[in-house]
Design a protein around this ligand. Structure first.
Ligand SMILES: [Zn+2]
Length: 116
């Protein structure tokens, strides 16, 4: 099984968990139920991981790593991240290091799944 699939499973385990639902609500309340990027209120709001789960699984439930974004700001951010990952920049290198670490050690993934 590939590393991509493992990191997707880690993200899915986070989003399924009761702990995520609680921390997501806490993040929205802290941000005044408004998008921190454009200030939209009342729109459907997502809670975004500032440092993505795939690179920082240990920050998946860290309120300081969360921000409230409306759907359109969130998808714009996700698209920027995807674009960057296709380049050979430092993030690309960090991603390779991360997947290599995962090959050696599945501890972080397992810890997250236990929370679910
Ligand atoms: Zn927005």
């Amino acid at each position: 099984m590939g590393m991509k699939r493992d990191t997707e499973r880690a993200g899915a385990a986070v989003y399924r968990s009761v702990r995520w639902k609680a921390i997501r609500h806490a993040a929205k309340r802290r941000d005044g139920f408004a998008c921190v990027a454009c200030g939209a209120r009342g729109a459907r709001l997502d809670v975004d991981h500032i440092k993505p789960i795939r690179t920082h699984p240990e920050l998946a439930f860290d309120l300081g790593n969360l921000q409230t974004l409306c759907i359109s700001c969130h998808s714009a951010k996700t698209k920027r991240e995807m674009d960057r990952r296709t380049e050979n920049g430092p993030e690309r290198l960090a991603w390779r290091v991360f997947t290599r670490e995962l090959t050696r050690n599945h501890l972080k993934i397992n810890d997250i799944e236990k929370e679910a």
